[in-house]
Design a binder for this molecule. Structure first.
Ligand code: CTP
Ligand code: MG
Length: 218
């Protein structure tokens, strides 16, 4: 679980994963929901490097459940954080899901759907939603160049699930920063399977998203 980002788009207030939603850090919401998925045996969190021991203390009450929690220091980019966390996944696990702490309200059922699609034989699995807005291509001045056929477009969420060897190879081959791990898998020619995403798995990016999350919990 990459959780080391600064949350620049959310505005001032410290690392996003530690920002409060209904009195609890986003990371606590996210870890609790992932830990509730029966398939999950271990959660590795990539924390802001100066907050590793704080995050360990924060998650200690959740570690008492069936899924163990390991906290490592994250990196300068999301991709680096995922690579650092992946290196700390115990060797006994051969399926790995990558999940943004910022998708704090992701239902455990979505975690389970992704895990079972990987277990069913797909090397890489992503949850997706249809795109609801009309999408245009524009030039640098803002003039419309054309309308994109949205019927073949999907918005991508996490958790993204992988056979461990696929994810490790994808990260080894990575040259530039990607915002998702399936993009790295595509680069090395792995077929990526989609499952239905969940609206509650929205990524809390801007203040508006945090307000939506507050409403969802009210
Ligand atoms: N992330 C990370 N390490 C980084 C950057 C991002 O672990 N160096 C994590 C974030 O903590 C988040 C997830 O990747 O859980 C998705 O990133 P994003 O939503 O962009 O979060 P931030 O990078 O924190 O936000 P911003 O881009 O607005 O600064
Ligand atoms: Mg970011």
């Amino acid at each position: 679980m990459p959780a080391a980002g600064m949350g620049v788009r959310l505005g001032p207030g410290g690392p996003k994963a530690l920002r409060l939603l209904r009195g609890e850090p986003l990371l606590v919401h996210a870890v609790r929901r992932v830990a509730a998925a029966p398939s999950v045996g271990c959660i590795v969190v990539a924390a802001p490097p100066d907050a590793v021991s704080d995050v360990e203390a924060l998650l200690a009450p959740i570690t008492s459940g069936p899924a163990g929690v390991v906290v490592v220091a994250g990196g300068a980019t999301r991709q680096a954080s995922v690579a650092l966390a992946l290196a700390a996944v115990p060797a006994s696990f051969d399926i790995v899901l990558v999940h943004d702490a910022a998708r704090a309200l992701t239902p455990p059922g979505l975690v389970e759907d992704v895990a079972s699609a990987v277990r069913g034989g797909h090397g890489a699995v992503i949850p997706v939603l249809p795109v609801v807005d009309t999408i245009k291509r524009v030039d640098s001045s803002g003039a419309v160049l054309g309308t994109v056929d949205r019927s073949s477009l999907r918005a991508v969420q996490t958790p993204q699930g992988f056979r461990r060897d696929v994810l490790a190879k994808a990260h080894e081959a990575a040259v530039d920063d990607h915002t998702d791990d399936a993009g790295l898998a595509e680069r090395i020619g792995v077929a990526v399977h989609t499952v239905a995403g969940a609206e509650a798995a929205l990524k809390i990016t801007r203040p508006f998203d945090l307000a939506i999350a507050e409403l969802l919990l009210s």
